[in-house]
Ligand binder design. Structure first.
Ligand code: ADP
Ligand code: ZN
Ligand code: MG
Length: 477
């Protein structure tokens, strides 16, 4: 029997506010434990939470970006459980009435477009962090306790690991465009739990799901889902049943392992948070949120296609990061030639950039230096091939392209008599090949081009070399 996978993701995104969700402690990352803390976020008795307005604005910005429906009234709720990193014994979250209840995120997977529906987006606070020592003792750091999170829950609309990763990447891109989260999976500012089940292809009822945790990169998520889909399919094919449970991805072993079953699952005893008023989102907040939403990746890609005549592929690559899209547009403003700029960015620049989201701002070569380098190709000062070498030097040193071209003596040779001189000497040195060419073996032509380029260390104007070689080889007959 053929099985298909069903995947739904629960994502936590840490918000980049200056202060925490319910107190004025700083959210800045600190190495020293327990310095960004106060009676509210370490849960001392008798304190009262005060909601950070910015958290609401940020939540609305994301809701608007996914065309969600923002609830005019939403309610905070206590999610009760005991754990040493949760000093109050409950986390303030939202339950029955979240701030946003719908929306979609559109993704492209292997050329096919797909809309993933959202189930909800709600506001909650982060817990602290435990640090376990080799000697068996543990410490708890409350710097993170109370930092705002958005939980974004999708419908079970994805049917492959590729789709799940594409969705998560798109969500992360949105968060970064909005500037409301770092979206850093390795550092935990973006965390993803993946729910997955399988069912016979064509079946409409959902199968029993497992929830996967402990995957802190796109790659791990892909691997964990791949593994789990295979595991569940094998169980079913052998006539077994899937147990609803939470499983941890074990990267070293390359497997998922059972952590707790449904019976051991928490009963969180949710109830409305009595210390906070119903959250009312008014026009002032909505206006502020709307003003914070920039042109989003899909709209930008569409504009790049229309305005610059770029292929869909280029537009998608360039708009995957707002910084990269800005870089592209700034260079085009100086040079024109959108396709040439796009080609250069995609095939040269991106080779040097590991992380497209953090790497553009700190990249040594500025957009105007790139434009000036491309101008040197365009006006024939250097060849495209030489330009690649110059570019490597620019990346390494941050020097200006024209300075490097002068320093390294790389100006293209476009002087006809100089090129002709080289051609004559190449012809003189290779009588055998000349003979072959003249007897009709046209393929040898490439050999001559190669020799001339070699003799000029790649600096001869390739168009002129071709033209002059043809002429000369014929003439000398
Ligand atoms: P729970 O009650 O376990 O919290 P929810 O219904 O709240 O489950 O869904 C949690 C997440 O799991 C959502 O992202 C949802 O899309 C996904 N999900 C629910 N059922 C399934 C299923 N059968 N297979 C895969 N994913 C599922
Ligand atoms: Zn505090
Ligand atoms: Mg649930």
């Amino acid at each position: 029997m053929e099985y298909e996978a069903v995947i739904g993701l629960e994502v936590h995104a840490q918000l980049k506010t200056q202060s925490k969700t319910f107190c004025d402690c700083s959210t800045v990352f600190a190495l020293e434990p327990n310095i960004n803390v106060c009676p509210v976020c370490i849960g001392l008795p008798g304190v009262l939470p005060v909601l950070n307005r910015k958290v609401v604005v940020y939540a609305c910005m994301l809701a608007m970006s996914v065309k969600g429906s923002i609830s005019g009234r939403s309610v905070f709720a206590r999610k009760n459980y005991f754990y040493p990193d949760l000093p109050k014994g409950y986390q303030i979250s939202q339950y029955e009435l979240p701030i946003n209840k719908s929306g979609t995120i559109g993704v492209q997977v292997n050329g096919a477009a797909k809309d993933v529906r959202l189930n909800r987006i709600h506001i909650e606070e982060d817990a602290g962090k435990l640090m376990h020592n080799p000697d068996g003792t543990s410490f708890v750091d409350f710097n993170r306790s109370g930092i705002p999170l958005l939980e974004i829950v999708s419908e079970p609309d994805m049917s492959s690991p590729d789709e799940a990763v594409a969705y998560l990447k798109k969500l992360r891109t949105l968060l970064l465009y909005l500037g409301i989260s770092d979206g850093n999976m390795e550092e935990g500012s973006l965390r993803c739990d993946a729910n997955v089940s399988v069912r016979p292809r064509g079946e409409t009822q959902l199968g029993v799901k497992t929830e996967l945790k402990n995957m802190n990169s796109f790659r791990f998520i892909h691997k964990a889902l791949d593994y789990e889909i295979k595991r569940q399919t094998d169980v079913l094919e052998e006539g077994g049943v899937i147990v609803q449970e939470t499983r941890l991805w074990d990267e070293a072993a390359g497997t998922t392992k059972s952590m707790r079953s449904k019976e051991e699952a928490h009963d969180y005893r949710y109830f409305p948070e009595p210390d906070l008023l119903t959250l009312e989102v008014d026009d002032v907040i909505l206006k502020e949120a709307q003003a914070g939403v920039p042109e989003l990746p899909d709209a930008k890609a569409k504009r790049f296609i229309g305005e610059y005549g770029l292929p869909v592929y280029d537009a998608d690559v360039l708009t995957a990061s707002k910084d990269l899209a800005d870089y592209f547009e700034a260079a085009v403003k100086l040079l024109g030639k959108p396709k040439a700029v796009s080609n250069w960015i995609m095939s040269e620049m991106l080779r040097f950039i590991k992380d497209i989201d953090t790497g553009i701002k700190s990249f040594k070569v500025t957009h105007d230096q790139t434009a000036r380098l491309l101008k040197l190709i365009e006006d024939g000062t250097i060849s495209g091939k030489i330009a690649k070498g110059v570019y490597e030097q620019m990346v390494a040193t941050g020097k200006e392209p024209d300075v490097l071209v002068k320093e390294l003596g790389l100006e293209q040779i476009s002087d006809e008599s100089a090129i002709k001189e080289v051609i004559m000497s190449v012809i003189a040195k290779n009588p055998k090949e000349v003979e072959q060419y003249r007897s009709g073996k046209e393929k040898v032509f490439g050999f001559f081009v190669g020799q001339v380029m070699k003799a000029t260390v790649g600096k001869a104007n390739p168009g002129m070399v071709n033209e002059l070689l043809k002429k000369t080889l014929k003439e000398e007959k």
